[in-house]
Design a protein around this ligand. Structure first.
Ligand code: ADP
Ligand code: ZN
Length: 358
């Protein structure tokens, strides 16, 4: 069974997360999500040839504009954002225009930020087509573009009206992208659910083989986790920070490489291993748990060590620009072991440099 239906509840606001094979081929369900007359579909050149047609067909009768972007994190820029604003202006978009994001996290973040800003906020629908977007970025309302200085530095909280994850779209996702998404899947087990972590150890081969039921279950379990955390802490005042396990290290790696090196999920895999090792060094977590985390990531084909050529002090400087930093002081998500992340302040530069140097 690949069908799952969840909900994100934010006080009196709520929106559905639908997971299943073939959701994009149900035109009625898609059309119902666009309430006004105008829609803008944002996608990228890799996704459009596979999945744009059913979305356009579902929206027949509406005034639909399509914006097909070049792919990749390098495109999540203010310049692209300005282009999308110009497209919205050109199509005569109004307050009841719906923006649809058909693609991975890059398309979702950019489309979401555009929806947050156009006329101070319009309806927004997430149609994630990468595993990473389905389990993480499409849920929870974080939208942003990058600056050369750091990832996601310009953005807004803007919740979607619905998330429709058609698991069939993963059939065409390149293997490396699938594995990168699995890093974020492992993150949920590592940060808050030892049972799920053990399930992943059990299902690693099924997930790599893209068994539909295993993939759908993994996605649903991650979305349930994320929905619960976002419901308790929409704007990341506390608990939501735990979802950044591995991300302070990971973002530093990505930024230092100039977004052309490791994929986000790969950088997060390395980041989680570094966070686990740092936690163990500090006596906060058992070494065998750190080893278990690295072993699972490695089985999933993910990198577990820093790529060569990155200077520890440069990485540390990048980490200081992280959004979790408070008045310039680093705040890290560390952990107590499998299933238990924690936010820690005051870790010394020496301790961090030691794991970056190892
Ligand atoms: P992420 O979701 O990991 O943040 P991106 O939005 O950058 O990543 O998408 C990763 C890459 O995969 C991009 O090159 C994108 O064009 C491509 N892509 C996204 N979804 C699919 C899909 N379903 N099939 C094939 N390629 C896809
Ligand atoms: Zn991430």
């Amino acid at each position: 069974n690949t069908q799952h239906e969840l909900e994100v509840a934010l006080g009196d606001r709520r929106y559905p997360i639908r997971i299943g094979r073939g959701l994009l081929d149900q035109p009625g369900a898609l059309a119902a999500l666009v309430t006004g007359r105008h829609a803008l579909v944002l996608t990228d050149v890799n996704v459009a040839p596979h999945y744009l047609a059913p979305v356009q067909a579902a929206l027949r009768g509406k005034q639909v504009q399509t914006c097909v972007l070049p792919p990749g994190e390098q495109e999540k820029t203010l310049a692209r954002f300005a282009e999308v604003m110009a497209v919205l202006a050109g199509m005569g978009a109004s307050r009841d225009t719906t923006v649809l994001a058909l693609g991975g996290g890059v398309v979702g973040d950019l489309a979401g930020f555009a929806a947050a800003c156009w006329m101070r906020g319009v309806r927004f629908v997430q149609l994630p087509t990468t595993l990473l977007a389905m389990v993480d970025s499409a849920v929870g309302g974080k939208t942003a573009v990058d600056l050369p200085q750091g990832k996601n530095l310009v953005g807004a909280f803007h919740q979607p009206s619905a998330v429709l994850a058609d698991v069939a779209t993963l059939d065409t996702l390149p293997d490396r992208e699938l594995r990168a998404g699995l890093a974020e899947v492992v993150k949920y087990g590592a940060l808050g659910d030892a049972g799920f972590f053990a399930w992943l150890e059990d299902q690693a081969e099924a997930l790599l083989a893209r068994e539909p039921a295993a993939l759908a279950e993994a996605i649903a379990r991650c979305c349930a986790h994320k929905a619960a955390i976002v419901a308790r802490d929409e704007t990341e005042q506390g608990e939501r920070m735990l979802l950044n396990l591995g991300h302070t290290f990971g973002h530093a790696i990505e930024t230092e490489q100039g977004y052309g090196g490791l994929l986000h999920g790969e950088a997060v895999a390395v980041g989680m291993v570094l966070a686990a090792r740092l936690s163990a060094e500090l006596g906060r977590a058992p070494w065998p748990d750190a080893a278990r985390l690295a072993a699972l990531l490695e089985r999933l084909g993910l990198p577990v060590a820093l790529p060569p050529g990155l200077a520890p002090d440069a990485l540390l400087d990048r980490m200081r620009l992280d959004k979790k930093a408070v008045s310039g002081a680093l705040r890290l998500v560390l952990w107590r072991g499998i299933g238990q992340a924690e936010v820690v302040d005051g870790v010394t530069d020496e301790a961090i440099l030691a794991v970056l140097d190892a």
